[in-house]
Ligand binder design. Structure first.
Ligand code: OFO
Length: 170
C-alpha cells in the first residue's frame, strides 16, 4: 500500500504527464498550421510519449492498490511568436518536469518507499534523455536564426533527432 503522501504526489505527476501531452499536442498543431510537417510529426510523437508516461504511472498505482485521480487539465499555449520561442518553451517544460520527478524521488526516499523509488528511476533516465534532446534542438534553432533555408532543412531532419523511449511503458 502506498502512503497518502506518495499517492497524492503520484496523482500530481499523472496530471503533469497528461498536461505535457497536451502541451506538445498544441505545439504539433501550431507547427502543422505553419507548414512545418517534420516538426509537427515530432511533436505529435512527443505528445503520444507523454501519454504513455501517464499510463505507466497509473498502471503502477493500480498494482499498488492506490486510488488514481484523473483531474481536469490546464489549457496549454496554442500560439507562439516563433519556432525559437516554441522550442524554448519545450526545453523549459522538460526542466520543470525533471524538477517534479526529482521531488517525487526525494519524497519516496523520505517515506522509505523503496519500490516507488525504484520505479521512478525509469522517469529519471527518461527526463535526462528528453532534456538533452530539447537542448540539442534549441541549440540548432539558435544556430539557424532567421534563415528560411536552415529552417527547411531542420524540418526535414528533426525526425532523426527523435529519441525513442528506451523502455517502452507496458
Ligand atoms: Fe514525461 O517525459 Fe518529459 O516531460
Amino acid at each position: 500500500m502506498l502512503s497518502d503522501k506518495i499517492q497524492k504526489a503520484l496523482n500530481e505527476q499523472v496530471r503533469i504527464e497528461a498536461e505535457s501531452s497536451q502541451v506538445y499536442l498544441a505545439m504539433a498543431g501550431w507547427a502543422e498550421m505553419k507548414g512545418l510537417e517534420g516538426v509537427a510529426k515530432f511533436m505529435y510523437k512527443q505528445s503520444d510519449e507523454e501519454r504513455l508516461h501517464m499510463l505507466k504511472l497509473i498502471k503502477f498505482m493500480h498494482e499498488r492498490d492506490a486510488a488514481v485521480e484523473i483531474t481536469e487539465l490546464k489549457a496549454p499555449n496554442n500560439r507562439f511568436e516563433s519556432f525559437k520561442e516554441m522550442f524554448k518553451k519545450l526545453y523549459e517544460h522538460e526542466l520543470f518536469v525533471s524538477e517534479s520527478i526529482n521531488k517525487l524521488v526525494g519524497l519516496a526516499l523520505d517515506e522509505k518507499d523503496y519500490s516507488t523509488h525504484n520505479f521512478l528511476q525509469w522517469y529519471v533516465a527518461e527526463q535526462l534523455e528528453e532534456e538533452a534532446q530539447a537542448k540539442t534542438i534549441l541549440d540548432k534553432i539558435n544556430m539557424i536564426g532567421d534563415d528560411k533555408g536552415g529552417l527547411y532543412l531542420f524540418d526535414r531532419d528533426i525526425q532523426q533527432l527523435s529519441v525513442t523511449t528506451q523502455a517502452a511503458p507496458q
